[in-house]
Write a protein of this length. Structure first.
Length: 164
């Protein structure tokens, strides 16, 4: 039952993140294409596309990183995990996940909220939006990563209990 709920939540998050990343890529391509067209064809470069592209790229990168956490596709050095026997791999993987969870909570979620609070009155030069909107991706993606880490841990424990 728990595994089914985790799988359903994971599928919903996966579809949501893929859709958001697709939209971000569309906005990015459109923005950069308009910048090139306006600069070289119209000889009047657009002023907002550079800033918009930069912020969309940041959001795309962090949403993509969140998606990779769900797929266990992030960069990992497996030398330590590969060197221990099967019995200890589960515990070592849980320890690594708990370290990732702590880092994600402290750096991305808590740190992102603090950064948002500090930049609420700071506005971007061209788009004139609060910079806290740009930095909101940190606690958003941090929350998604923490959900994925917890789901991965639950599924790993559930799968190991079924094998025993």
């Amino acid at each position: 039952m728990v595994s089914l709920i985790c799988s359903a939540v994971k599928n919903i998050l996966d579809k949501l993140l893929v859709s958001i990343c697709g939209l971000a890529i569309f906005i990015l391509v459109t923005s950069v294409s308009w910048q090139v067209f306006s600069r070289y064809v119209l000889n009047d470069p657009s002023s907002f596309t550079d800033e918009l592209s930069r912020y969309v790229m940041i959001w795309l990168g962090l949403f993509g990183a969140s998606y990779l956490f769900g797929k266990n596709g992030h960069l990992a050095i497996t030398l330590l995990i590969d060197s221990v026997n099967e019995q200890w791999k589960k515990y070592l993987q849980l320890l690594i996940n708990m370290i990732c969870l702590a880092f994600t909570y402290l750096a991305m979620f808590k740190g992102g909220l603090l950064l948002m609070g500090r930049t609420m009155q700071q506005f971007s030069p061209v788009l004139n939006i609060p910079m806290s909107y740009v930095y909101a991706i940190l606690p958003i993606s941090g929350s998604i990563m923490m959900i994925y880490i917890l789901i991965n841990c639950i599924q790993m424990l559930h799968n190991n209990n079924e094998r025993s």
